[in-house]
Design a protein. Structure first.
Length: 404
């Protein structure tokens, strides 16, 4: 496909993408957007809902559509931001699941494109776009959560390697990942933000133990990660030794944008459909207005806020694709997106009423049990990825310029 430069070119490109989707998207995946079983994270431990799900990933990766705006030399599509947006729009229009999701695409990949060496880019980026490796994040520690710069996981130089000892916690999907990007302290005498190094760690290295953490929702997406005399090559350092805080901040911008997109945007039509479905099912509002005016108001407000947030997020994504690094505005996205999801989950429960009180069996179906568990899980949204209180401080200082 030729790079599109005019509106006519873009429309022609859209037609070509539509044709490619018609030819390559498995019919069994149509309408599966938003279904957790069809989220394709990739990696050596990946489990695919169906053979078609794997085929969808492989076909999209071959065309560069798992990371359409990344350079072709690293497995991307080499597209402009306008073209990449068209690819995303057309996949969503068919209600298809994204061919690949995960921290490789949204966090470490963009960070390596900016800070990685040529060797690191060649080693990791194409494997990310093909779904061959899955990444997790080694930032938070038991005594270094919101105050991340207090981290104590140590790395001592030993020739061409670092010896790492310490613990990380809240490691999302660490038990399913192949690699972890880790913040370690390489100079304990330096000030908090200094003496920190950003390093890439294979999780099959001897001395690494990962244990899932069971949550109140019944799920275990988070893990504790323990490092005992783990040898990591010095060549795995991203940017410079003792300068990892610069990389960490850049990646946090990508993370907060990703969290906001996950919880607050990109799912507008799916959530609108779900609100309608729940209302019709549990409130007998099939074809007529809801009998409860307060619920009608809550639904209208949520959908309006969701639409506005989607448009704001799209402007930010366009800026990133144009080469702009995410800034402090990502803190706003994180606060609003996660709290929007909490409102959404509360509304789902309100619509289902007593049917959302189930836990296991007891006459409740899987969808109703999921409502309760998703609502409980959403309580952690405003804590993970930097608490809302910390994000509000960042907004006050760096966006609004308020004094300390």
């Amino acid at each position: 496909m030729k790079l599109a430069t005019t509106m006519a070119d873009l429309e022609k490109f859209r037609t070509e993408v539509q044709g490619w989707i018609e030819k390559n998207a498995p019919a069994s995946l149509l309408g599966k957007l938003g279904h957790h079983d069809y989220e394709l994270w990739g990696g050596k431990k990946a489990k695919y809902a169906t053979p078609d799900a794997r085929a969808w990933l492989e076909r999209a990766a071959e065309r560069g559509f798992t990371a359409p705006a990344w350079p072709r030399e690293y497995g991307g599509g080499g597209l402009t931001k306008e073209e990449a947006k068209i690819v995303e729009q057309e996949i969503a229009r068919k209600r298809l699941p994204a061919p690949l999701v995960g921290f490789g695409l949204t966090m470490i990949g963009p960070t390596l494109l900016e800070y990685g060496t040529d060797e690191q880019k060649r080693e990791h980026l194409t494997k990310i776009t093909r779904g061959e490796i899955r990444w997790c994040q080694g930032y938070s520690e038991p005594n270094a959560g919101s105050d991340l710069a207090s981290l104590a996981c140590s790395a001592v130089r030993d020739g061409d390697a670092f010896i790492v000892n310490g613990q990380k916690t809240w490691t999302s999907y660490g038990d399913l990942a192949d690699w972890m990007f880790v913040l370690v302290r390489t100079d304990p005498r330096a000030k908090k933000q200094q003496g920190i190094t950003f390093i890439l760690t294979p999780l099959d290295a001897p001395g690494i133990t990962i244990k899932p953490i069971r949550l109140i929702s019944g799920a275990s997406p988070f893990c504790e990660s323990f490092f005992e005399n783990v040898r990591i090559p010095v060549r795995n350092v991203v940017h410079e030794i003792n300068q990892g805080w610069t990389v960490a901040k850049a990646l946090l911008g990508h993370e907060r944008t990703m969290i906001a997109a996950l919880f607050g945007s990109g799912t507008r039509s799916k959530n609108a459909d779900r609100v309608v479905d729940l209302a019709r099912k549990y409130l007998e509002a099939d074809g007529g207005p809801l009998p409860d005016p307060i619920l009608r108001d809550r639904i209208a407000q949520l959908l309006a806020d969701q639409a506005c947030f989607e448009l704001t997020m799209q402007r930010s994504r366009d800026a990133v694709k144009a080469g702009h690094r995410p800034g402090p505005e990502t803190s706003f996205f994180k606060v609003y997106g996660t709290e929007l999801n909490q409102r959404r989950q509360e509304l789902f429960v309100a619509l289902a009423g007593q049917h959302a009180l189930g836990w296991e069996g007891q006459g409740y179906n899987d969808e109703e049990i999921a409502l309760a568990r998703d609502w409980l899980r959403s309580r952690g949204n405003s804590i993970e990825g930097g608490t809302s209180e910390v994000q509000l401080n960042i907004i006050a200082k760096r966006v609004l310029g308020l004094p300390d």
